[in-house]
Design a protein around this ligand. Structure first.
Ligand SMILES: [Zn+2]
Length: 413
């Protein structure tokens, strides 16, 4: 296949190459660059016209919750629907993510073990969806952010969260998840603005618990991440050896130094905070929750700027599936970083492609347009550097490809 008549953005942060082509053979890229230097494709090659637009790597959602659906309050994260229905919702969400140009996604936690099996269904072509990294259920300390049910209700939460007390239980929870077949373990080192008893400045796990999770996970070559807002929680996670940090909200220079030393990627997920502030009143969020989200947004944006400036790694994604931040809006994350955080479009795209693939540990397979990589490609009708919001509009997608196969977009019809 030859994709022609477009500019190439390769995902490395390098400038776009005008009048470029991408050549694909057997599902892999054989060439991506200026047309004048391109080898001659065979006469019978399939030609795909990029319509003078942009040829770029497929996007990577780095903090994806396939089982979230129309969440209006914390309790909706749990068994609002039976697991059978949530499984179907997750499959629908996965198809939507692919239609939105996301050819890969790392789960940031899922109800039951749904994402592990969703990944299998996608890999076996039963369902369309992003190449997934699965996380399954999450781990939090008792009384932490995810432990919201009052004791008198005697409700179990083990389909959503494994609540732990102390390093022995943390280790046992990690072992359970390893056995479930997860590739990542998602933990809750800190709280969040949405919780009254475990807010964004509180800790929800001890460093000993986190260290126990990491030791057990790494033993089985499973990676660990965590919901890290409070400054001390960020430092505890870095000291414990976390592989990525979700949010990394309240960073100070000491936390930044620790982060850079370890080159740990951070996934800020800021569009969710913005949407919570902007649309909170419409959904009747209490003012103290909205105020907490505003504080989180301001500090999170500042931390992201610090990390980018210092040469750290950032992934794009985050918490789509809330009522005010629904599935399908994923690329708003990228626009947000350009419009409100001050990233160059090329930097935001690099975060959403190359760094996303690095976070998934699959940077040798995809994430950039380079010879030898899988042809996971997004072709957009238009110049995404001039208007980054084109990535939000899937009616402008000419093609969304995985391994050289056109899965969605105008040319798939
Ligand atoms: Zn999340």
């Amino acid at each position: 296949m030859v994709i022609h008549n477009g500019q190439v953005i390769d995902g490395t942060g390098a400038a776009a190459v005008a009048d470029a082509v991408v050549l694909i053979r057997d599902g892999r890229i054989t060439y991506a660059g200026p047309v004048v230097k391109a080898p001659q494709p065979p006469a019978d090659a399939v030609r795909l016209d990029a319509r003078g637009g942009t040829i770029m790597p497929g996007l990577v959602e780095a903090h994806y919750h396939p089982t979230y659906f129309n969440v209006a309050e914390l309790a909706d994260l749990d068994i609002k629907y039976p697991v059978e229905y949530v499984t179907l919702l997750a499959a629908a969400n996965a198809r939507l993510a692919l239609e939105c140009g996301y050819t890969a996604a790392r789960s940031g936690g899922s109800l039951h073990n749904i994402d592990v099996w969703l990944k299998k269904a996608i890999d076996e072509d039963l369902f369309p969806g992003p190449r997934l990294a699965a996380s399954g259920r999450e781990i939090c300390g008792s009384a932490g952010l995810m432990d919201w049910n009052p004791e008198y209700l005697k409700l179990g939460m083990e389909g959503l969260i494994l609540l732990v007390n102390g390093p022995v239980e943390a280790r046992a929870a990690a072992r359970k998840l390893v056995k479930d077949g997860v590739e990542w373990i998602k933990t809750y080192p800190t709280g969040d603005a949405a919780s009254r008893h475990a807010d964004h400045h509180s800790l929800c796990m001890t460093e000993e618990e986190m260290t126990a999770v990491v030791a057990e996970a790494h033993n089985y070559k499973v990676k660990v991440t965590g919901h890290c807002r409070a400054n001390l929680g960020i430092k505890n996670a870095l000291r414990a050896g976390f592989d990525t940090l979700e949010h990394g909200t309240f960073m100070d220079t000491e936390a930044l130094d620790m982060l850079l030393e370890r080159n740990t990627p951070v996934i800020p997920a800021l569009q969710f905070e913005w949407a919570s502030v902007e649309r909170g009143p419409e959904f009747k969020l209490p003012q103290w929750v909205i105020d907490g989200h505003q504080e989180t947004l301001d500090a999170g944006a500042e931390s992201a700027r610090m990390i980018l400036k210092a040469g750290g790694r950032l992934g794009m994604g985050g918490d789509y599936g809330f009522a005010w931040n629904p599935h399908g809006d994923y690329a708003k994350e990228i626009s947000f970083f350009v419009k409100f955080v001050g990233f160059r479009p090329l930097d935001a795209i690099k975060c959403a492609t190359k760094t996303g693939a690095e976070i998934m540990g699959r940077e040798k397979e995809f994430g950039t347009l380079e010879a030898g990589k899988l042809a996971d490609i997004l072709v957009v009708d238009g110049d995404v550097i001039r208007d980054i919001t084109l990535l939000e509009d899937r009616t402008r997608f000419v093609a969304v490809m995985q391994g050289g196969v056109i899965k969605c977009g105008a040319s798939s019809q």
